[in-house]
Design a protein around this ligand. Structure first.
Ligand SMILES: *Cc1c(COP(=O)(O)O)cnc(C)c1O
Length: 499
């Protein structure tokens, strides 16, 4: 098993190298040379496994140059019971006869990014040791809010690493910002970018692609890597919970072994739903993958038309972690669907870069049609969905999960499909408490209260415990106040590394 770049202009690498590099130096993304197959009998064998054992089982398929002991050790550290607040790690909640919700936010930062980022630092440091590098790994992160905190928590004080997080100054919630700027740890830095998430992501990508700068850094004994979902080490842990959800449905008697189900995934950078695609290609019985978008509905349009057009205004919504117009991981999907043709992928990506738009061919489009369905939910619909699920089922969801539920209802109404469906719940409702409180208590009850007062109100109203990581954030000292223009990000990295 090796890894190849979607742009086809870099040599094949081992899984350790793919994880250490993060992004391929030709600008592409690493993908596995083959999609491993999990047979029905293997699937049955996994049924009684703990989450940790399921994770080790899937990981060893793709991390072929890691030993079984190394993988087991990474998994038990990453998914330890001191890190997650429920023993199931990713519990499945039944809503009604067809709908289940997969809660992916029981890690330390209350968003699904922990599912991968609690593991990645362990994979990364082992990958570095295997590939013989002696330099300090510098993790550069562009975040729409949740990745940043999850990566900071994962990498804090990990020997041999430093981490620098860039977040859009106006694009994150108060809770998300405080989570990041109060981060402790000797190897961490947090910087606000004057711009939106796409600006931050473009800035980070251009630093990765700057050969001169990378050379200079290597002279100073630094090598850059990524904790964004462009890193294969982020994706592979995410495949696990789709298997886990399926096996939980079988174990609960909700489906028969082999029966197909749907997954609905609130989508931004296309990482989470791409992991579902890999699970499906590995043999997990899936009927349809539903890509749920917010008003930044570039992916919905793409899935309907085969035209990716980022030439539209960027909208700030109540689901900020999905406010993205350039979905990086789509490149991996296209690479697989077009028959692993790097020439076509290069063409599309260069069109995106130069014209802001690309058109895919008919064959690739058919591949998308067979697997995906998509719609989007605007802020009003999102708030109504939060209210309605709380009233009807006593179940509280955050704004991103609500986008998923709202789109699920549109899917069911449009297609009449009654297949059992799992909606990925990507954040704790307490993480976006301003919107959630507004939805269930009304405008009046929320007015004049800050997010910390609302946290308390929401906890009291719903009777649900407030996650430890969000309590008392307003009491912590702010450690990072730096702001940068998006053109200055490289200089900021240089400055942080030279002290
Ligand atoms: C990151 C994030 C998403 C989007 O996930 P992608 O993998 O980027 O598609 C959705 N919801 C929340 C809460 C997130 O943090």
């Amino acid at each position: 098993m090796f890894y190849e770049s979607t742009r086809g202009e870099f040599r094949k690498v081992s899984s350790a190298e793919a994880i250490k590099l993060g992004i391929a130096p030709d600008g592409g993304l690493f993908v596995p040379s083959e999609i491993k197959q999990i047979s029905v009998s293997k699937l049955a064998e996994m049924t009684g496994y703990s989450y940790q054992d399921k994770a080790a089982f899937i990981l060893k398929e793709y991390l072929s140059d890691f030993t079984e002991e190394e993988i087991k050790e990474c998994v038990s550290k990453g998914y330890g019971h001191d890190r997650f607040d429920v023993p199931e790690i990713a519990p499945l909640r039944q809503i009604d006869n067809t709908l289940h919700i997969l809660e992916l936010w029981h890690g330390p930062t209350s968003a699904f990014k922990d599912m991968a980022l609690q593991l990645l630092p362990h994979l990364m440091t082992r990958a570095a040791a295997k590939t013989g590098g002696k330099s300090t790994i510098v993790i550069l992160v562009a975040t729409s809010g949740d990745t940043g905190k999850a990566a900071l928590e994962g990498f804090r004080d990990v020997p041999g690493t430093k981490i620098i997080v860039f977040y859009p100054q106006e694009g994150v919630s108060q809770m998300q910002r405080l989570q990041m700027v109060t981060q402790e740890g000797a190897n961490v830095a947090v910087v606000a970018v004057q711009g939106n998430f796409d600006d931050a992501q473009t800035g980070v990508k251009s630093i990765f692609g700057d050969k001169q700068f990378n050379l200079e850094l290597s002279r100073q004994n630094y090598s850059l890597s990524s904790a964004n979902s462009i890193n294969w080490g982020r994706l592979v842990p995410q495949i696990v919970y789709y298997f886990s959800a399926y096996l939980d449905l079988v174990a609960g008697g909700n489906i028969k072994q082999g029966e197909k189900i749907n997954f609905v995934v609130p989508t931004g950078n296309f990482g989470n739903i791409l992991a579902a695609y890999y699970a499906m290609q590995m043999g997990l019985p899936v009927n349809r993958l539903v890509c749920a978008a917010n008003a930044n509905n570039v992916l919905t349009d793409f899935i309907h038309t085969g035209i990716y057009d980022r030439g539209r205004s960027f909208k700030r919504t109540l689901s900020p972690s999905m406010d993205i117009l350039i979905s990086s991981n789509l490149e991996r999907l296209l690479y697989h669907l077009c028959g692993r043709d790097p020439v076509r992928v290069r063409g599309w990506m260069s069109d995106l870069n130069q014209k802001g738009v690309y058109h895919i061919d008919g064959g690739t489009r058919d591949g998308i049609d067979r697997i995906f369905w998509s719609a989007y939910s605007d802020d009003q619909e999102t708030l109504e969905t939060i209210r309605s699920y709380y009233r009807r089922f006593g179940y509280l969801v955050d704004t991103h999960t609500a986008v998923g539920l709202s789109v699920y209802q549109k899917y069911a109404a449009a297609t009449g499909d009654a297949t059992r469906t799992v909606v990925a719940s990507t954040a704790s409702p307490f993480k976006f408490n301003d919107s959630v409180a507004r939805a269930i208590l009304g405008e009046e009850a929320v007015r004049g209260k800050d997010e910390f007062k609302l946290l308390q109100v929401l906890g009291e109203t719903s009777g649900v415990a407030i996650p430890v990581g969000l309590r008392g954030l307003d009491q912590k000292p702010v450690l990072f106040r730096e702001t940068t223009a998006k053109e200055q990000m490289k200089a900021v990295v240089q400055k942080i590394l030279s002290v």
